[in-house]
Design a binder for this molecule. Structure first.
Ligand code: WQD
Length: 346
């Protein structure tokens, strides 16, 4: 009997890659997505890649009634993986209420619907941003979480605290929070990838759009940080490695291998690269010379963030398999595909 998994936000960047990993691991998948930051075209892409089309429910999880109806319909689900959230750091600073409403209402309504329909295994899409400015490096799961700079990051920190309280109140519930470092890259097929709406906030899509001639140049936000070349260091992780981490976390929950009812894992490579290193790597992999300019620091950026990933290795049996070359070449292939088949892809 196949396990049935509900994936909220499953039409998004990380969600869609995770849906593919779940299908490849023989799960039945139900995607719940409001398509506010994605397209249902992704369903065609997923079925093109896996030759299976996940069940799709277009629901805004801020709507309590609609949420309960869809969970009633799929009450035989074995677990929920929750991606549904807004994720633009800069936008969250401008519109905190939009972010607290969306990211917390969707979480709370999902948890309430799970409790009502006795679905009690939950995986949460969290972020290394909950560590704030790290006290020590590499960052372990025991690092103190601090109030993140952005409302986006704070919704992730508050969400984890809500989940912990709900798990504590319900002895049957088990939850895992995965704290992503910097997801980049795309599925090797080039059929799915990151689709930022408007001007990209993140480094990699801005690089590929600049190289594709869609942006005039890349602004490098500061080169006066206390790092090897003055630019900030991040732990970039291939989105397919990240997707596979979700499948392993799900197995841990379904097999009841957890040691605590609420567990947290860092998902990164443990390797840090500076912005200038990423630029140089992109140029040598793509053969495109990137136009960039060093500008002022961006508010809220920290000098270095990279993970200690021993806990995920030991408990999930997971490590990243894909290196920087594959992260960058798959990002570039996706961008080139977007330009070539724009009318077909989305
Ligand atoms: C990486 C580095 C920038 C753009 C955020 C969120 C995190 C997750 C990933 C959602 C930084 C520099 C960037 C540009 C630049 N988001 N940069 N020019 O800020 O590490 O993490 O995105 O899940 O939760 O906090 O990622 O890609 O924005 O920036 O110089 O145009 O690239 O200063 O040093 P970040 P990023």
């Amino acid at each position: 009997m196949k396990h049935k998994i509900i994936v909220t936000g499953g039409c998004g960047y990380i969600g869609s890659h995770t849906v593919i990993a779940l299908i490849e691991n023989n799960y039945d998948v139900v995607i719940i997505d409001d398509l506010s930051n994605s397209s249902d075209q992704i369903l065609n892409r997923i079925s093109k890649i896996t030759s299976k089309r996940p069940t799709f429910e277009k629901v805004d999880l801020k709507d309590i009634q609609a949420t309960n109806q869809v969970f009633e319909k799929h009450k035989n689900a074995d677990a929920v993986i929750h991606f549904a959230a807004h994720k633009a750091v800069g936008e969250s600073v401008q519109q905190p209420i939009k972010y607290y409403q969306n990211n917390l209402y969707t979480l709370i309504n999902t948890l309430a619907a799970m409790a009502k329909h006795h679905i009690n295994k939950f995986i949460f899409s969290s972020s290394a941003t909950v560590y704030g400015i790290p006290q020590t490096l590499p960052i372990t799961e025991n690092n103190q979480t601090q109030r993140p700079f952005s409302p986006y990051g704070n919704t992730k920190k508050i969400a984890e605290e809500i989940i912990e309280d709900v798990v504590r109140s319900n002895t049957k519930m088990l939850a895992i929070s995965l704290r992503y470092f910097n997801p980049i890259g795309a599925h090797e097929s080039g059929w799915i990838g990151e689709l930022p709406s408007g001007t990209p906030n993140n480094l990699m899509p801005f690089i590929t759009q600049t190289a594709a001639g869609l942006r005039e140049k890349l602004m490098v936000f500061g080169n006066d940080y206390p790092t090897k070349d003055g630019t900030p260091i991040r732990d970039y992780i291939h989105v397919v490695d990240l997707a596979e981490a979700h499948a392993l976390a799900l197995k841990r929950l379904l097999d009841r291998k957890v040691e605590n009812s609420f567990e947290v894992f860092n998902i990164g490579t443990g390797e840090g690269y500076s912005v200038l290193e990423i630029i140089k790597a992109f140029e040598s992999i793509s053969g495109v010379v990137l136009k960039y300019e060093i500008t002022e620091r961006r508010a809220g950026d920290v000098p270095q963030l990279y993970a200690d990933i021993n806990l995920a290795k030991e408990k999930l049996g997971w490590t990243a398999k894909r290196g920087l070359k594959e992260m960058i070449s798959s990002s570039w292939k996706w961008e080139e595909n977007l330009r070539k088949n724009k009318n077909q892809l989305y």
